[in-house]
Design a protein. Structure first.
Length: 276
């Protein structure tokens, strides 16, 4: 059978989006792997699947697969594309949309200027909830990487993040340290790794090594986690502008227990069909 899909991106973090509300198919990890290949498939960082909700209080269910076939809990840039997609496809007329993900419920707000705001919920900072192995919660942890101590913050935005402060984003050891921390035994579910350079109290630059995808152009949950780490350690003040290789996100966070609000663009690239 032929499946209709849409190719989208949020700051260069690119997605294949499938509507499984109006068409029916059983998508397996092998499909994500096959379609995710940039040479022999469609090519994407993540596959986003729109489904009817199982919970009556929400509008949609949202599933996310990495291009390596692994399913993930949350994806902030994908969430903005998700909002744009369900409106463009007329699957909803609402401009405020509630969506259930594996990592919890998020709220999407399509602004008049085309920017999309996402209420990502409150960050989880208790080590067991991240999951991260530590005797107790702290603002910063020291992790042994090949015998070298590395200081990092650990935050869950529905998915696990480590945040490291660096002095220069251009020379940050993203490709060396990223995979080592991703697979570090203290992160039992693996982890996304953010490298943050603080410019001033409200501006920073960020590069993210994503679990199962490597370095991407942008990572929405990574920007949220970096903002939480920077504000809670007193490096920065809300609201923040975070520049990623693919562009800029605006992040607001009022402190522990409060939700993180992320605003940024979402772009439709093309429509296609793929044989299942």
């Amino acid at each position: 059978m032929l499946l209709r899909f849409t190719k989208m991106h949020g700051l260069g973090n690119d997605f294949m989006v499938l509507d499984l509300v109006s068409q029916h198919a059983h998508i397996q990890p092998k499909h994500a792997k096959q379609w995710g290949d940039r040479h022999t498939g469609i090519g994407f960082d993540q596959l986003l699947i729109v489904e009817a909700p199982s919970n009556p209080d929400v509008d949609f269910r949202y599933r996310i697969f990495n291009s390596d076939g692994s399913e993930v809990e949350q994806c902030g840039n994908g969430a903005r594309c998700f909002a744009r997609f369900v409106l463009d496809k007329r699957l909803t007329a609402k401009r405020q949309i509630r969506v259930e993900t594996k990592g919890g419920i998020i709220e999407l707000d399509v602004r008049n200027d085309g920017q999309i705001g996402v209420n990502m919920g409150a960050p989880r900072l208790v080590p067991a909830d991240i999951p991260f192995q530590a005797p107790e919660q702290a603002l910063s942890y020291q992790v042994d990487v090949d015998g070298t101590p590395v200081d990092l913050a650990a935050v869950s935005m529905g998915n696990p993040h480590a945040v490291l402060r660096v002095s220069d984003i251009n020379t940050a050891p993203v490709h060396e340290l990223g995979p080592k921390i991703e697979h570090h035994p203290r992160f039992p579910a693996r982890v996304n790794v953010g490298f943050l350079q603080v410019i001033d109290r409200h501006r920073a630059q960020l590069r993210v090594w994503e679990r199962g995808a490597g370095e991407t152009q942008a990572c929405g949950t990574g920007a949220c986690a970096a903002a939480v780490a920077a504000i809670s350690q007193g490096w920065m003040d809300s609201p923040l502008l975070i520049d990623l290789p693919g562009g800029r996100l605006s992040i607001e966070w009022a402190g522990p227990g409060q939700p993180v609000l992320m605003t940024g663009p979402a772009v439709r690239v093309y429509e296609g069909q793929v044989r299942l």
